[in-house]
Write a protein that binds this ligand. Structure first.
Ligand SMILES: NC(=O)c1ccc[n+]([C@@H]2O[C@H](COP(=O)([O-])OP(=O)(O)OC[C@H]3O[C@@H](n4cnc5c(N)ncnc54)[C@H](O)[C@@H]3O)[C@@H](O)[C@H]2O)c1
Length: 249
């Protein structure tokens, strides 16, 4: 077991990629705190984990609100005694162009997708530093943070921010033995913000088959395990090679 008795917070673990990360971590011996704004989703995943013999608890937290995050992190520390791992997985998208997106929509995407990982990183880092035994953090970015897209102006910008937030967090937290990295998926499971898997979602990767949320979870597990002790400020693409291909112009 790679995470025996470690305590992990996984944000947005109420479904899709976050849910798979939470379940894989539990299978590897971790206790998991599920942070999701949607109570029913968080409770559902926590109940499934507990029913299968693992240990999980759901916390209703809006990651875009500092007071929520601070309270949630304190509740986890009280309930489980410590925090060893943070996975910043929550994001929302906009699917609009610079012409169509309103100021309010821009602000909401930035608050959740970019400010959320900052707030979570800040309060969890304080807890880890107080514990004095280091920790691991992974920010879930996206291939959308590395290139321009015809739509999703705010999401692509926020994800570009998450990628460099990761590097600065890595630099600033390394002296406290907290390793920070990112994972950039491409089209994994259902689209961001959607419940339903769309079998007609176009697949553009080199394997010609859909990336599964469990594929993303395995890369995240590697980064928080002792197999990655010297991996700091790095990004792993889980994209079936999408980023390796030049786009014909
Ligand atoms: N799904 C994909 O194809 C894909 C591709 C590339 C990157 N990603 C990234 O992977 C991560 C997970 O994506 P997903 O598709 O599994 O997401 P999702 O939309 O399926 O699930 C997100 C979860 O976060 C919760 N949530 C939303 N806003 C919240 C908030 N403010 N506070 C707390 N919880 C909140 C939702 O209730 C939901 O349960 C995201 O960072 C996303 O950008 C996903």
């Amino acid at each position: 077991m790679k995470l025996k008795d470690q305590v992990a917070i996984v944000t947005g673990a109420g479904r899709n990629i976050g849910e798979e990360i939470a379940k894989l971590f539990v299978a590897e011996g971790a206790k998991v705190a599920i942070f999701d704004m949607d109570k029913a989703r968080g409770d559902h995943v926590a109940a499934a984990i507990n029913a299968s013999g693992g240990e999980a608890a759901a916390f209703v937290v809006d990651v875009s609100k500092g007071v929520d995050v601070e309270r949630g992190v304190a509740e986890v520390a009280k309930r489980f005694g410590r925090i060893d791992i943070l996975i910043n997985n929550v994001a929302i998208s906009d699917n609009k162009t610079i012409i169509d997106l309103t100021e309010e929509e821009w602000d909401r995407v930035m608050s959740v997708t970019l400010k959320g990982p900052f707030l979570m990183g800040k309060f969890v880092a304080k807890q880890m530093i107080a514990q004095g035994s280091g920790g691991k953090m992974v920010n879930i970015a996206s291939t959308s943070g590395w290139r321009g897209r015809p739509r999703a102006i705010a999401y692509t910008t926020a994800k570009g921010g998450v990628i460099n937030l990761t590097r600065s967090m890595a630099v600033q937290l390394a002296p406290h033995n907290i390793r920070v990295n990112s994972v950039s998926p491409n089209k994994a499971g259902s689209p961001v913000g959607k419940d339903e898997f769309n079998p007609d979602r176009p697949i553009t990767n080199l394997l010609k088959k859909a990336v599964e949320p469990s594929d993303v979870a395995k890369a995240v597990l590697f980064l928080v395990s002792d197999d990655a002790t010297f991996v700091i400020g790095e990004n792993i693409f889980v994209d079936g090679g999408v980023m390796a291909v030049d786009v014909p112009t």
